[in-house]
Design a protein around this ligand. Structure first.
Ligand SMILES: Nc1nc2c(ncn2[C@@H]2O[C@H](COP(=O)(O)OP(=O)(O)O)[C@@H](O)[C@H]2O)c(=O)[nH]1
Ligand SMILES: [Mg+2]
Length: 184
């Protein structure tokens, strides 16, 4: 059998350990039979997922586990889109996640990439609200210092909140004006 050419992902999904990348990508793929007790194994190495988008196109996404953060730069070639997942319910991790995001976006290989910042686990009652999470991430400062456009979305892999908006973003469909929730 002829070897198929390797599929190069154009999107990379990054974020700290346990921030919810694997479950989010599974849900985006439409994988409903998720056993949440079995998904807490940190991804070692990388997972490649092909997602169907609303515009009938598909996109290949590579998740690189948080344990591999020192090696993330090896996966930046040909990347045009970055999904960066931050756990809004993890107070201890959120500030460090902002620093890590800054180092990702400072990499010259990613200077033309589009960035989606996903505040995940919005179903958790003790999560940070959008504005607090952005403050802890030092988002305003980050935006001043980097060149890439960043879109922020709140999401939950459990309730499905934000998943259609993530797919629209991946497909390059702009959200209608006013879709952004007012600060609460
Ligand atoms: N409540 C809640 N838990 C989540 C959500 N997404 C992921 N988790 C849980 O968080 C843990 C880590 O998720 P996982 O997807 O493996 O994180 P990863 O290391 O970033 O790939 C698992 O126990 C998941 O079940 C979410 O949206 N809400
Ligand atoms: Mg994972």
């Amino acid at each position: 059998m002829a070897n198929l050419p390797p599929i190069l992902p154009s999107c990379v999904c990054l974020g700290p350990i346990g921030s919810g990348k694997t479950l989010l990508l599974k849900k985006l793929k439409g994988n409903e039979e998720i056993d949440i007790t079995s998904t807490s194994v940190p991804t070692v190495g990388t997972n490649i997922t092909t997602l169907q988008l609303p515009n009938e196109k598909e996109i290949v996404v590579r998740e690189v586990g948080g344990t591999m953060a020192p090696l993330w730069t090896q996966y930046y070639r040909n990347i045009t889109k970055i999904i960066y997942v931050v756990d809004a319910s993890n107070l201890c991790q959120i500030a460090a996640a902002g620093v890590l995001l800054y180092t990702v976006l400072a990499d010259p290989q990613l200077k033309n990439a589009k960035v989606l910042l996903v505040l995940s686990k919005m179903d958790v009652s003790y999560r940070q609200m959008r504005n607090e999470a952005l403050l802890m991430l030092q988002f305003a400062r980050l935006q001043r210092e980097i060149s890439q456009p960043v879109t922020v979305l709140e999401a939950s892999a459990i309730t499905g909140e934000g998943l259609p908006a993530i797919k629209d973003w991946l497909a390059g469909i702009k959200p209608p004006i006013n879709v952004k929730k007012l600060a609460n």
